[in-house]
Design a protein. Structure first.
Length: 287
């Protein structure tokens, strides 16, 4: 039996995590010198409600190797003999390396265990790794083998297309994702940067003036780039404003012939720490 594991930056909804029995190692978020486990001790809406009033910028830390090891041991105890763990890009977080160490600790503690474990560096952020997890879960349900899941993830992880635009540029400045000068100009002109992934790290790939043009950009790029043979669902992510996500979903339904599922999912606390309020994202596999 195949068990799927992740870190909490996958940002999948509680319903999806429960449906596919995906185990999650939470990142640690520190707010005013108090530490919380992402989506365990603090929920997204609670976090976004307090974000603007915080005097200090929150920080995040990766899950420990021991946390990943415990998830692996729990999976084996539950009867699983194959474990696929999909983590946030190693270019933006230490979660992948922590999971690799967790696997090493497990193998040292259980040298005779026949369990197969593979750790995927998704080269993705947020629902990018979440997309791979959901696709893997669907393939597992359809009868795919462990080796087939490993091969799929390693073959397609660099093709998961990310689009992320933010409303609050200050958080990207403080987390080093955009230059101060660029952010100031963006604020003055009401320009919203659109980010994607390049070589496992976030990079600005376009700029649009206003949310309406951002959603137009997303929709047009989806039509041009989407691999319809692989993409049977889209994930639209948001932090504090679900209405924007609903508008993007409606636009895709009205202006494209995509007939797959479109999921709306809120970004968690650890991702929200870096992108701030009003963020909107979209994920699919490109050609």
């Amino acid at each position: 039996m195949i068990k799927l594991l992740a870190d909490s930056t996958c940002d999948l909804s509680d319903e999806i995590l429960a449906k596919y029995e995906i185990g999650v190692a939470p990142l640690i978020v520190t707010i005013e010198n108090k530490s919380y486990e992402d989506r365990v001790d603090i929920q997204p809406d609670e976090f976004y409600g307090m974000l603007e009033a915080l005097p200090e910028f929150p920080t995040t830390a990766m899950p420990s190797p021991a946390t990943f090891m415990k998830l692996m041991e729990d999976a084996v105890e539950a009867g699983h003999d194959e474990i696929l763990c999909i983590c946030m890009s190693s270019g933006t977080s230490g979660s992948y390396q922590s999971a690799v160490l967790g696997k090493e600790y497990f193998e040292e503690a259980h040298p005779d265990s026949p369990v197969k474990i593979h750790i995927v560096d998704s080269r993705s952020m947020s629902h990018g790794s979440g997309w791979l997890l959901m696709k893997s879960a669907q393939m597992r349900e359809a009868g795919a083998t462990f080796e087939e899941l490993v091969a799929f993830n390693e073959a397609y992880k660099m093709k998961v297309k990310h689009f992320l635009s933010v409303d609050d540029l200050d958080h990207l400045i403080k987390s080093g994702r955009i230059s101060n000068a660029g952010a100031i100009i963006g604020k003055l002109l009401m320009v919203k940067p659109i980010m994607s992934m390049k070589d496992g790290k976030g990079a600005v790939v376009a700029k649009e003036r206003g949310t309406r043009k951002v959603l137009k950009h997303y929709t047009e790029q989806f039509v041009k780039r989407c691999d319809r043979d692989i993409t049977n669902f889209i994930i639209i992510g948001y932090t504090s404003d679900q209405k924007i996500a609903e508008n993007l979903k409606a636009k895709i339904e009205a202006e494209t012939d995509f007939d797959g599922e479109i999921y709306l999912m809120q970004m968690g606390v650890s991702v929200g720490t870096h992108v701030g309020l009003g963020a909107i994202s979209m994920f699919f596999v490109e050609k």
